[in-house]
Design a binder for this molecule. Structure first.
Ligand SMILES: *[C@@H]1O[C@H](CO)[C@@H](O)[C@H](O)[C@H]1NC(C)=O
Length: 395
């Protein structure tokens, strides 16, 4: 009798997907009605800014100077970035600078030509505040009517050109992180009330609660129970340019977190970060394939097993390739998961391919591919089909 069983691993995948979908759905509903003032004290929604804030986490994008590209090699030597201050004064910039929100930012970068990278939303929301001009010996970037949302990394790439073919000289790039301290907004605004972040095992997670002022004191908080999260610099660390980093995420880090910034008598909360823990395996699975008998007689039954020993609660998805596929032999498998003894949190996932009443077409290579969130690996084995009574005659 042939029997088919729904893959256990696949069900678990489906169930976990449903669970995550349900969570996201739930968050969606929360977003609509949760205008909870307690969690965002002093936060004045600014629709115009909110749209800008959304993209600030997407990283910088290149902006090409609108000026014609001059087809001569860039000035050799280190790219030099300066800030143009009032009254024609120049200031060579360091790692970070602060420009009061509302003021004009003007940067100059030596090279002909140069290319600029600015926070993502600035490029997206072209509201005419950003002006990039290529002069004879330098490129200039001017940003007017600045806001806290402009906070981020600004980069100048000197270009190397041959005829009209120019490329960025990455090793000569000059980066500066610019804060735009805003008396109203301690955090770079975000349009999202919630941000869902996956916590992956052994993969650093960043909560990018970007402040607009380097002077702001930033703390991390959990919503339920409402406690301040200890930031010890090892398990969790803070960098004013990146936010909080959870270096080795674990189950207990999951939940709703947010940042609080204080400066003077101002105290504000960031957007909420919904941290969802995903059990990421350390490595792709290593399947072991075995066959009930490498030589099987016509009409007999064959079993090919594919076994993976791996970490607990890591879903393994099995797929098979087998000779009978070509003539449309359906796939019958039995899948199982069971703990492995010996104390360590390991389990055995197995898929057994059942081939009943073997025919000649079933001779050949059987390949099993095992996949988890980290990747996939395959294993193959050859099966020979013979006639039972006497050795098969060659035609
Ligand atoms: C900057 O702000 C001033 C005053 O609000 C306004 O008149 C001007 O048009 C703005 N400039 C740009 C480029 O947005």
């Amino acid at each position: 009798m042939l029997s088919m069983k729904l893959s256990g691993a696949r069900w678990r995948l489906v169930l976990s997907t449903l669970f995550i979908s349900a969570l996201i759905l739930e968050l969606g509903y929360c977003q609509e009605d949760a205008q909870d003032p307690k969690t965002s004290p002093g936060r004045k929604p600014k629709p115009a800014k909110a749209k800008q804030g959304k993209a600030t986490n997407k990283g910088p994008r290149a902006v090409t100077a609108k000026a014609k590209v001059i087809a001569t090699p860039a000035t050799q030597g280190k790219g030099l970035l300066t800030q143009v201050l009032d009254k024609g004064r120049f200031l060579r910039v360091g790692d970070t600078i602060s420009v009061q929100a509302g003021d004009t930012l003007e940067l100059r970068c030596k090279g002909k030509p140069v290319q600029w990278a600015v926070p993502h939303y600035l490029e997206e929301d072209d509201d005419g505040r950003l002006r990039i001009i290529q002069q004879e010996r330098y490129g200039s970037l001017t940003l007017v009517n600045t806001t806290g949302a402009d906070t981020g990394e600004y980069t100048c790439y000197p270009m190397y050109c041959e005829d009209t073919d120019c490329r960025k000289e990455y090793d000569k790039a000059v980066k500066v992180f610019i804060f735009f301290p805003d008396p109203q907004e301690l955090f770079v605004p975000s349009s999202d009330y919630y941000e869902v972040i996956q916590l992956r095992t052994n993969w650093p997670t960043i909560l990018p609660c970007q402040v607009t002022s380097p002077e702001a004191k930033v703390t991390l908080h959990r919503e339920f129970p409402p406690v301040e999260v200890a930031v010890d610099g090892a398990e969790i660390s803070f960098d004013v340019k990146r936010g909080f980093t959870i270096h080795r995420p674990r189950h207990h880090h999951a939940g709703a977190l947010y940042c609080v910034a204080s400066l003077g008598n101002l105290r504000q909360s960031s957007t909420k970060y919904m941290l969802i823990y995903v059990n990421y395996p350390m490595a792709a699975p290593a399947p072991v394939i075995q066959v009930s008998s490498s030589t099987v007689a016509l009409g007999e039954n064959l079993q090919v097993s594919c076994t993976v020993i791996g970490e607990q609660d890591v879903v393994i998805d099995f797929t098979w390739e087998y000779p009978g596929q070509q003539i449309g032999r359906p796939l019958y498998t039995q899948e199982s998961v069971r703990p492995v003894g010996g104390g360590a949190a390991r389990e055995q996932s197995q898929s057994i391919l059942l081939v009943d009443e073997v025919r000649e077409v079933d001779q050949g290579a059987y390949t099993c591919t095992a996949q988890n969130l980290q990747g996939s690996k395959s294993a193959s084995i050859m099966v020979k089909v013979i006639t039972k009574a006497k050795p098969k005659k060659k035609p």
